[in-house]
Design a protein around this ligand. Structure first.
Ligand SMILES: *Cc1c(COP(=O)(O)O)cnc(C)c1O
Length: 465
């Protein structure tokens, strides 16, 4: 392909993209294809000779698009959003086109410096104290793994990487029973082990960790000769939005000199609104590490996860490695690949710059405030449906409910709704029973889109009786 053809097809794809997004409301949100439908349409062997772009794009539309679930659909209420605001998509097109690998300052100074400033813009946007620095990672899972490795190294006097974990006893990490599975997996791969991830029950309206039980667990572990290494807190858990009360948890951490990490992958975006900060984030400045995903609610196209660090030194002491071929100009510059597990890095900061400049914080706050208000309104409407029960009230814009009937009936309603296609939602678990999760957060959703869910739920429920 020459560059004139590249320009031609680039314009074609831009036009196609605008049309696609304008037509989203007419498409079923969740892909309606069956298992294997896509794979059977692809050639089983790779081509020996090249094809032209017109044919490739025609197949893309015919074969691939029917098998896509439309994550940017305004009536996507499943999981959490993966919002891609149009300016962030344009930034990604530029990043894709320049196609730099930004592992070191010198491999693209601008990428490093834009990243440093964007992390600081977001620090200010979230109201975090001066002095927090940070790094952009691919996912909250990677940021949490980085924090767990740091807990491990700090608790072993930075000898784990060097000598391995043999003979070091049981390193213990504490969290509530509402944490995301990425916390479990981080403990698996860090060599801590599932058995040493201590999950504490929750209490209260926001399902925060029971701090007395946390303190008791740590004390019992010390008595047993184990080594407490860190505490992982959550703001906005995936299941029902569970959020820990941060101050008391931090007090326990300080008493036992434990490293702390806060997982706010989803809810962190809402903290650009000061009123949510005072509800959820009192004392947040006491955490050693905080992760939130601008690629969820905020609108920075996937992938984009920011890890803030109160002091980067422990994580650098854990992850920094400098073989001869990566040595550059020394200490005067930041080489962000030393802060994370992968060496190679995409230029993820550009889309944050485009996003924040296009909407301003006030534009983004308005969206999030609307989502929270509409979730409450829809929740009240579902509560009034005959026999329906709200199992957890909205925490920010996430709530859960049950229709009349057993767990199988909940799944039947979810499947019927997703087969219908006008809305998309998913099931979850709460207190041992199946619930239906509902989150409002799509970048371009409207009040009408959200309230339409009420009509669709009622209609589909009647159909399956
Ligand atoms: C989505 C989510 C994660 C995982 O995020 P990734 O970026 O996909 O790794 C972790 N914790 C919470 C609370 C989440 O909502």
């Amino acid at each position: 392909m020459d560059w004139d053809e590249f320009a031609h097809w680039g314009k074609h794809i831009s036009d196609w993209g605008a049309q696609y997004h304008k037509s989203l409301r007419d498409l079923p949100v969740r892909s309606q294809t069956a298992v294997g439908d896509t794979a059977t349409q692809l050639h089983p062997t790779p081509p020996e000779t090249g094809d032209d772009m017109a044919a490739i794009l025609a197949d893309f539309e015919a074969i691939v698009m029917p098998g896509m679930t439309h994550w940017q659909h305004p009536r996507f209420f499943a999981y959490f959003p993966a919002n891609a605001a149009p300016p962030s998509m344009l930034a990604e097109q530029l990043v894709n086109t320049v196609a730099a690998q930004c592992m070191l300052w010198q491999t693209s100074p601008a990428a490093t410096e834009v990243e440093g400033v964007m992390v600081d813009w977001l620090r200010q946007a979230l109201g975090l104290a001066d002095g927090f620095t940070g790094v952009i990672q691919d996912s909250a899972s990677s940021a949490t793994l980085s924090a767990v490795l740091t807990m491990r190294e700090r608790a072993t006097g930075y000898t784990g990487n060097k000598d391995g974990l043999s003979g070091k006893g049981h390193l213990r990490i504490y969290c509530s029973d509402q944490v995301h599975s990425s916390i479990d997996r981080a403990c698996w791969v860090a060599g801590i082990g599932q058995a040493n991830l201590v999950k504490i029950p929750t209490k209260g309206a926001q399902f925060g960790i029971d701090v007395d039980a946390l303190e008791a667990a740590i004390t019992a572990d010390l008595d047993a000769g184990h080594t407490p290494a860190g505490i992982i807190a959550i703001t906005g858990g995936t299941g029902i939005g569970a959020s820990d009360t941060l101050g008391p948890l931090l007090k326990v951490a300080a008493k036992h000199d434990l490293y702390t990490h806060l997982d706010a992958a989803w809810a962190g975006s809402a903290m650009i609104c000061p009123e949510f900060r005072s509800e959820f984030w009192d004392d947040v400045d006491g955490f050693d590490s905080i992760v939130f995903n601008p690629h969820k609610w905020l609108g920075a196209q996937f992938d984009c996860s920011v890890q803030f660090l109160r002091d980067a030194t422990p994580q650098l002491n854990t992850l920094k490695i400098e073989p001869e071929y990566l040595k550059t100009t020394g200490d005067a510059v930041t080489n962000y690949s030393e802060w994370t597990i992968p060496l190679g890095r995409r230029f993820r900061a550009l889309k944050i710059w485009f996003l924040l400049r296009s909407y301003g914080l006030e534009g983004l706050r308005t969206r999030i405030r609307n989502h929270v208000a509409w979730a409450q309104e829809l929740c009240d409407a579902i509560r009034a449906l005959d026999g329906f029960e709200i199992t957890t009230d909205p925490i920010l814009s996430l709530f859960s409910f049950r229709c009349p009937g057993d767990d199988a009936m909940q799944q039947r309603l979810v499947d019927a709704l997703n087969d219908d296609g006008r809305i998309y939602l998913t099931q979850g678990a709460f207190q041992g029973q199946k619930v239906i999760r509902f989150q409002v957060g799509q970048f371009d959703t409207t009040r009408e889109d959200v309230m339409m869910a009420h009509a669709v739920i009622r209609e589909v429920w009647e159909q399956i009786q």
